[in-house]
Design a protein around this ligand. Structure first.
Ligand code: 4AD
Ligand code: MG
Length: 478
């Protein structure tokens, strides 16, 4: 392999008058001379000036949008506007052709819907290049954040026999022959003959296993794929998404909220520091996109200002009970403008309510705490009122719920009672209950939806556009 310099390295330096080779994919080629080359290392393209006198007809014809090429020459100060440096090519080599009659990504605006259908090629657009570079950095910053704080990265199982959320919306994992499912004498499916000798599914959350880790290692986190077979065809739900789940021993709900707020701010700041070019592009994209919308549907701030605002301001913290009061007294509730009008305390909050609180009422990220026990999971710590639990959800502008967490019920007797209420069989949860039997302690954690955070940072509107190959009802392409 010849020595090759990445375009980001060339463009971000003032160095000129040296020879090198660049490799990448052609974006455009004007006048048989000016070639815009992108290699994915940056959103910017490098202008390669082709020596058209000394380049063969055949090569010139094959420099088409999408082709992979190598160019060798001298990096010089650019005469043209728009770039500081360019490459004066002495030779151009075609590495991989792209037939202009067939290559679907011609240099014009494509709709996001169309690009989703060619998700295998959409990485090559400016928008998706920016999104996936940022996605990488968000993942990296999350690991760095936890590492700096002494958290242990724990790999919890993907295939599991438990249903952590009690959600019942799981993908089954089986090797049974579906055309001839073995039955027991009672006529039930005989899972004893299945691969694991029991019924298994893809995990919906690594939390319960993370709790086991925290009650020995103090601070742990998971970062892995999770799966939900909920039939939610929305711009906020995926059937396969990534979740970050920290869990801390000797910590209560306030520690949990502080950790989540610190983490979100840390990661957003990291992206602002590292990705000015990508964010500037996404910001302009969003502004253009929103200019077609009525003024009240546009974001109140440009993308980077919104991110900066989020870092600089404390999240608003209030209880579910306080939030319900605000919502019941709100205009859209009184005028029955909400799709789900809130009638009384105890109602589950829909995304329209969450977004009202964040976008209209507080105009900043909000943390809601102490939800009614009936609308939250069995493992959340019961409050003294016997009506609410130590839950917290973080709500973000444009997104709604981005984080869900709680202080955990560490008291064995209370937990057993809660499991009974939820019809969770005790014998299946002995391993979980052991942590409460032996050395139980106060502990807390949360789950951050990775793609929802990427949505917020990139200003994209649909969660299917921030994961390389989205899985949702009716679609598992690629
Ligand atoms: O609120 P959830 O269901 O919480 C849990 O799973 C807990 N076990 C977390 C914990 O305490 N360790 O999910 C957590 C987050 C949500 O706030 C949301 O951001 C995201 O995961 N999420 C989804 N993201 C994309 N597609 C879906 N179908 C999602 N469901 C949840
Ligand atoms: Mg939740």
């Amino acid at each position: 392999m010849s020595v090759r310099t990445k375009i980001k390295t060339i463009i971000s330096s003032d160095k000129v008058d040296y020879s090198t080779t660049v490799k990448g994919w052609v974006r455009t080629f004007r006048n048989n001379q000016f070639l815009a080359l992108n290699d994915g290392s940056t959103i910017k393209t490098l202008q390669v000036v082709v020596d058209r006198e000394n380049t063969s007809e055949d090569i010139l014809k094959r420099i088409n949008t999408g082709a992979a090429i190598a160019a060798t020459g001298k990096v010089v100060a650019s005469q043209g506007a728009g770039q500081k440096v360019e490459l004066q090519a002495e030779s151009v080599q075609i590495l991989g052709d792209a037939d202009p009659e067939k290559y679907p990504l011609q240099p014009k605006k494509h709709s996001l819907e169309f690009l989703r259908e060619i998700a295998h090629l959409r990485f090559r657009t400016n928008t998706f290049g920016a999104i996936f570079r940022i996605r990488h950095s968000v993942a990296f910053a999350i690991h760095q954040f936890f590492n700096e704080r002494g958290f242990v990265y724990l790999h919890t199982p993907i295939i599991t026999g438990s249903d952590a959320e009690g959600a019942g919306e799981m993908f089954q994992v089986t090797t049974l022959d579906l055309a001839a499912v073995p039955k027991s004498e009672e006529g039930d499916i005989d899972f004893k003959q299945d691969f694991f000798n029991k019924q298994t599914n893809l995990t919906v959350s690594g939390q319960l296993e993370a709790e086991l880790g925290a009650l020995a290692l103090s601070d742990v986190y998971t970062f892995g794929p999770t799966f939900r077979a909920e039939n939610s065809n929305t711009s906020r739900h995926l059937a396969e998404f990534w979740m970050i789940e920290p869990e801390m021993a000797f910590a209560d709900l306030t520690d949990d909220m502080n950790l989540a707020e610190d983490m979100l701010k840390y990661v957003i700041k990291y992206c602002l520091d590292k990705h000015q070019d990508d964010l500037e592009f996404l910001e302009q994209r969003l502004t253009k996109e929103e200019s077609a919308k009525p003024a009240n549907e546009r974001s109140p701030m440009p993308l980077r200002e919104k991110l900066q605002f989020c870092i600089e301001n404390d999240f608003e913290r209030l209880t579910y009970t306080e939030a319900i009061k605000i919502l019941m007294n709100s205009k859209p509730n009184k005028k029955k403008k909400f799709q789900f009008v809130i009638e009384e305390w105890g109602a589950d909050l829909q995304s329209e309510h969450e977004r009202y609180l964040v976008e209209k009422h507080f105009k900043k990220p909000v943390i809601l705490t102490d939800y009614p026990k009936d609308i939250k999971a069995f493992y959340m710590r019961m409050n003294k009122d016997d009506k609410t639990v130590r839950a917290m959800d973080i709500l973000f502008p444009g997104i709604g719920e981005i984080v869900g967490g709680s202080q955990r019920e560490e008291r064995l007797d209370v937990l057993l009672k809660r499991m009974k209420d939820f019809d969770i069989p005790e014998h299946e949860m002995e391993w979980f209950l052991d942590t409460r039997r032996f050395g139980t302690c106060e502990h807390a954690g949360f789950g951050l939806g990775f793609e929802r955070l990427i949505l917020f940072i990139t200003g994209m509107a649909n969660i299917r556009d921030v994961i390389p190959f989205p899985r949702y009802p009716g679609s598992a392409e690629f």
